[in-house]
Design a binder for this molecule. Structure first.
Ligand code: PHE
Length: 447
């Protein structure tokens, strides 16, 4: 039998998982969700949910993946048996990866387009109305965003076709730290703008009366989306974790890093948005109008803008890679596709739905369902429904279906790590996580 690939080092898993987690979810989607759900109120709930539900769920996915050494479908089949319904949880995850990749590559394509715009110096000397107009013209252009999206998908397929270690690990290790550096510089700049204090108040001063059922579900969905959990991406990455790696500390590091980057994105976007008169509820255009405005006001703005969009493209790429990897692992192991055939077939299939998502931004586009554009529908269905349900089933599986001894064996690396906190983690996985996810999800359904 072919030896299954594993990540080369402990830093490798952290970097690959962080590569999956860090991306548009932090820089584009977090500010949108915070902006739409009351700012500070959202942030507080988000922190609780990411740390208390997100971390144990991430660990649960690693446990399933490493124990089974298989794609999500194969993993549930191996651990639960063929005659159960559990492999359907794996299929649900693969469907989810498809749907996310479809709309994610819409925005990924925009980042590529914006990289082009920064090379061509399109933002220089423009005011906010012009920058806003550029965004609108770009996303509603009849073919440009589609070309960008398809190029992004092709880039993803090329990397994934080459394999886990060469492709994913190498990219993440070098470039993610660089993105952090540039974000710190942007924070400083944004905080120095006129009226920045309003934005900081918006993000950090919670108005507890704003916490409603829908804010809770949005925070849950955002944390699952941002941490890449609830749909099998990290089961797949978990399957490449070596037996000796400490997955608890890896998960904690990734959750902290991801949360830190999301908060930094907030510190960059909101002060600037308030300063330039951009509504926090602006939605999809929020990051794409605020950021060029900030660069424009910086000395060396051309240069920073270029580097930033380049790094954003790469951060996004390490996320699309992890999404396509879920599909590829399933196609190669369940249907015996070769790796490269699986990568291209997965990308092609994604392109079909993806183009619909991209086109749905055109004004008067028929791609609306009940007043919601196809893009928003894909976003909503995955983060508000599939990921919470998938996450619930995953913690139930690890907490109640896997043998307790096996779970502890994974958590302690066969008894070589201290088991005290690990017993506590198991307790959280068994009781706190399922109850919390179910309560948030059901209470929202009832509203
Ligand atoms: N977590 C990624 C981001 O924040 C998106 C993603 C979701 C990746 C689900 C993989 C799986 O950009």
């Amino acid at each position: 039998m072919k030896q299954r690939e594993t990540f080369g080092s402990k830093l490798g898993i952290i970097m690959a998982t962080a590569g999956s987690a860090l991306g548009l979810g932090n820089i584009y989607r977090f500010p949108i969700e915070a902006g739409n759900n009351g700012g500070g109120a959202f942030l507080i709930v988000y922190l609780f949910v990411a740390l208390l539900i997100g971390t144990p769920l991430m660990i649960s996915e690693f446990i399933i993946g490493r124990r089974a050494k298989s794609n999500p479908v194969g993993a549930f089949r191996k651990l639960a048996g063929i005659r159960t319904a559990w492999p359907w949880v794996g299929w649900l995850g693969i469907l989810c990866a498809f749907l996310i990749l479809a709309f994610y590559t819409t925005v990924a394509g925009w980042t590529l387009g914006y990289l082009g715009k920064s090379v061509a110096n399109h933002f220089a000397g423009q005011d906010i109305t012009q920058i806003q107009h550029q965004f609108d013209t770009f996303v509603t252009h009849p073919w440009l965003p589609i070309v960008c999206q398809l190029a992004f998908l092709a880039l993803t397929a090329i990397v994934v076709a080459r394999g886990v270690k060469d492709g994913i690990e190498r990219w993440s290790k070098i470039l993610m730290p660089l993105l952090l550096v540039i974000m710190v510089i942007l924070c400083v700049k944004s905080l120095s703008l006129n009226g920045a204090a309003e934005g900081i108040k918006f993000l950090f001063k919670p108005d507890f009366s704003k916490i409603t059922g829908s804010v809770l579900l949005s925070a849950l969905g955002q944390s699952f989306f941002s941490l890449s959990i609830g749909m099998g991406a990290l089961i797949t990455y978990g399957s490449y974790i070596a037996r000796t790696d400490n997955m608890v500390s890896s998960a904690v590091s990734v959750v902290l890093a991801d949360t830190f980057v999301a908060i930094m994105a907030g510190i960059i976007i909101f002060p600037a948005a308030f300063s330039f008169g951009i509504q926090p509820q602006a939605g999809s255009s929020l990051a794409f109008t605020t950021l060029p405005m900030i660069f424009q006001q910086m000395t060396g703005g051309y240069f920073f803008c270029l580097i930033f969009f380049l790094l954003l493209v790469i951060a996004t790429l390490t996320s699309t890679i992890s999404l396509l990897e879920v599909i590829v692992a399933a196609l190669t192991e369940e249907f015996n596709f070769s790796r490269s055939k699986a990568a291209w077939a997965g990308a092609a299939l994604t392109a079909v739905i993806g183009v619909i998502a991209t086109l749905s931004f055109r004004t008067g586009s028929p791609l609306h369902i009940g007043g919601t554009i196809a893009f928003d529908l894909l976003d909503r269905v995955t983060s508000h429904y599939i990921m919470p349900i998938g996450g619930l089933l995953i913690v139930l599986f690890v907490g109640w279906r896997l043998k307790r001894a096996d779970t502890l064996d994974e958590l302690t690396n066969g008894g070589t790590l201290k088991s005290g906190i690990r017993q506590a983690i198991l307790f959280i996985i068994r009781y706190l996580c399922p109850v919390a996810i179910a309560v948030i999800f059901v209470s929202q359904l009832l509203q």
